[in-house]
Design a protein around this ligand. Structure first.
Ligand code: NAP
Length: 284
């Protein structure tokens, strides 16, 4: 089975549309996202354009703040603080990676946790690790769980192998799977006998960031594979971590790249703007 992202994203989009309509019918302020971007990297611009288009479709307001990629800490922190204090802004997205002169740790502690829609703040990370549902998870791990649930996979009791231990993917994803009562193995570049570990798992999430790295030997005919990798191959085409053409007919299920996790991730971001807005309204 092909685990396409679009039907999952469409379902989330409908839920968001309902929430935005409820706001405008009851005369409440509309949800508003702020995007803070340093510099103009092409991949940031491409992602931003997708977010802007989705916001436009859904009636979510957006403010984009662009600063020079040579911006200093004082100016960047003051830009974050201005967005923190703006009562009309519910969610803030700061593009990462940040330019190297900026201190990620300070900035992640500056963004208000209740407006932090992509889990930069240690407060949100802690909530995810504590299983506190008021926490806002990083978008990509949540997209993985949403895809599996949408396609009807029971997660409780399943053996899951996640090949990635970063703070944006593997570690929070392990916590989300644990919250679903899965049994999780976190794998990384020093894992011994990786093919043996992944082939035994019911569900495998690949996020090594290596084009078509995972071939047949890593899976069983029943494997359910969610490929998070976004890579460009030697001909400049976008591809995942899994050798899709070799495997798509011989495993239980697989998500494509492009058209899989990335499609859902950008919609989860907007779902988080709504969650942030609802939590801010409740706490007033
Ligand atoms: P990262 O920080 O470089 O993490 C890569 C992880 O893969 C590390 O844990 C690394 O192990 C592990 N790894 C690398 N080579 C390996 C190997 N040969 N065997 C086993 N493990 C290996 O990257 P990231 O930021 O987490 O992103 C990972 C991928 O996901 C990238 O392709 C990125 O583009 C993609 N991504 C996609 C989305 C989306 O929405 N679809 C969002 C974010 C990222 P060590 O820890 O030992 O180094």
């Amino acid at each position: 089975m092909l685990l396409k992202g679009k039907p999952v994203a469409d379902q989330i989009k409908n839920e968001i549309r309902g929430a935005v309509e409820a706001c405008s019918q009851s005369g409440r302020t509309l949800p508003k996202l702020a995007i803070l971007r340093a510099g103009s990297r092409p991949d940031d611009i491409a992602y931003e354009n997708r977010v802007l288009k989705n916001c436009d479709d859904l009636g979510i307001l957006v403010e984009t703040v662009v600063v020079d990629d040579n911006v200093n800490m004082v100016d960047f922190v003051s830009a974050v603080n201005r967005l923190n204090e703006d009562q009309e802004i519910h969610g803030i997205l700061i593009f990462r990676p940040l330019p190297k002169q900026l201190d990620m740790d300070t900035i992640s502690r500056t963004i208000k946790p209740e407006k932090d829609i992509d889990c930069m703040s240690p407060v949100n990370a802690e909530k995810i690790f504590m299983g506190d549902k008021s926490g806002i998870a990083p978008c990509t791990p949540e997209a993985v769980i949403e895809i599996l649930k949408f396609y009807g996979y029971e997660l409780e009791g399943k053996n899951v192998a996640v090949v990635n231990r970063s703070m944006v993917l593997g570690k929070p994803l392990a916590m989300l799977f644990l919250n679903e009562n899965s049994t999780v193995t976190l794998c990384h570049s020093k894992t011994k006998n990786l093919p043996e570990v992944t082939a035994k798992a019911d569900i495998v999430v690949t996020g090594a960031g290596k084009a078509r790295f995972f071939g047949k030997e890593y899976f069983s005919p029943e494997s359910v594979i969610v490929d998070v990798g976004i890579n460009t191959d030697e001909t400049g085409n976008l591809c995942g971590d899994v050798s899709f053409d070799e495997l798509s007919e011989s495993v239980g299920a697989i998500s494509p790249v492009p058209g899989g996790v990335g499609t859902v991730t950008s919609m989860i971001l907007l779902k988080h703007v709504i969650k942030a807005m609802e939590q801010q309204t409740e706490s007033k």
